[in-house]
Write a protein that binds this ligand. Sequence first.
Ligand code: SF4
Length: 238
Amino acid sequence: MNTHWTPEKLTQLNEIYGNAYPEDVLAWAFQTFGSTVSLATGFGPEGVVLMHMLSRVTPQMPIFYLDTDLFFPETYALRDQLQEKLGLTFLRVTTQTSLSAQAQTYGDELWAENPNLCCQIRKVAPLRQYLSTQQAWVTAIRRSQTLQRANAQVIEWDRANGLVKLNPLAFWSFDDVWMYIQINDLPTNALHEQGYKSIGCFPCTRAVLAGEDERAGRWAGRQKVECGIHLQPGATSD
Ligand code: SF4
């Protein structure tokens, strides 16, 4: 851990910001880290909430997305809508490994054969490289999304990537997110209308059935529930 961000310091900060308005956390982050903090988004509803807040409070904060080249067309359409409606620009972070190079080395459907390796190549490695240029990053994760996220703090040390991680929506519920979106008339992924609740790459995402939890459509039929970008050393994604 960076000597400045001791556990005591993080505890102190969480006492102040642990239940704060997410806008206040964004403002603190930008005041503290300047251009070396950025918001990560996969264009989910939580990301839309944070982008809306950021556009009002800290519009200079960079926003990046990890483009696996395997998003649904509806996701790219939402990116363009947000760009226009909120006046945002997005930094595209991507792997050096093209889909054809991946297919040549590992076969046409690595996501079916070995999704952990596919996520490692297309998400985890490019994220790590990008974050090596940053002092902090902001994510849209919530504690109630998965067991692996249940202990997420609003401000924490990201051991996997060696920087501060901010989760301003950690204590928000699914309903809080959608209420904010409705009140502020924000665009969301058109696939939500078709039963998709959590949306990632198209080969690994399906609509959710009645009674299933919100991330049941991700890597359905596997134990895997995380792509790995939010896992800390020692944890496993399946
Ligand atoms: S979510 Fe699926 S397709 Fe996307 S990087 Fe992970 S395994 Fe590959």
